[in-house]
Ligand binder design. Structure first.
Ligand SMILES: [Fe+2]
Ligand SMILES: [Fe+2]
Length: 226
């Protein structure tokens, strides 16, 4: 609640100093952040599939939140550029389609990398248009007010509609739910013996954990009975 009030009144959480929630600064920060994540993805080796999936989760969460905020709170305020706004909404739609395709992929391979590259290139073009053609058409006297509204809505979405992004922020990575299948499935597909060998080890670990849990439960019951 305090965060929302502070965002509304332009105050920081602790110091109470003005934070100047200029909507253009906020959107540009998001653009820069997502582009840095793409660069990190490109720097990874083909074999670092686990890291790639982690980065994709972050990229998708950032994009899903950012595009929703723009469509709800920013695009309707762009003046005298109906065609530009329609085009930008269509680009968001294409972004969604590419994301959905990557999410469906069962393996991280050169085809997935190519899709990520296409997504990045499309976004570079999209961001350029937003920053150079749309942002100057926002009501310049209301940038901080729009920024404050955007911050409040972001908090709402993070709490309600984007639990996945909240988890990313908290540093939680549920490995089993990562995009593009799992390490084991991929190993089976590519028939790499060293990776495939992880499978029985993982199973044994799971079974040992289950056994130990069940023993602990039994032990607990005995203690409480005594
Ligand atoms: Fe956008
Ligand atoms: Fe944007």
């Amino acid at each position: 609640m305090n965060k929302i009030l502070n965002a509304l009144f332009g105050l920081s959480d602790e110091s109470g100093e003005a934070t100047h929630a200029d909507v253009i600064d906020l959107l540009k920060e998001d653009h820069q952040k997502v582009m840095e994540l793409f660069e990190q993805f490109e720097d990874l080796d083909m074999s670092e599939t686990r890291e790639k999936r982690k980065l994709l989760r972050k990229i998708f969460a950032e994009l899903e939140l950012h595009t929703q905020l723009e469509e709800e709170l920013v695009y309707p305020l762009v003046e005298n550029a109906k065609e530009l706004v329609t085009e930008a909404r269509e680009e968001h739609h294409v972004v969604d389609l590419i994301i959905a395709e990557i999410k469906k992929a069962r393996a991280m391979n050169d085809k997935t990398d190519a899709k990520v590259k296409v997504l990045k290139e499309m976004l570079e073009h999209h961001i350029k248009e937003e920053e150079h053609e749309m942002m100057p058409r926002l009501p310049q006297g209301e940038l901080q007010e729009i920024g404050a509204r955007l911050k409040v809505r972001k908090e709402e979405l993070l709490g309600k509609e984007f639990p996945e992004k909240e988890m990313v922020h908290a540093g939680v990575q549920p490995v089993e739910e990562l995009y593009g299948g799992s390490e084991l499935e991929e190993a089976e597909k590519t028939e790499k013996p060293e990776a495939a060998a992880k499978k029985p080890a993982a199973k044994a670990k799971k079974s040992a954990a289950k056994k130990s849990k069940s023993n602990a439960k039994r032990g607990g019951k005995k203690r409480s009975a005594a």
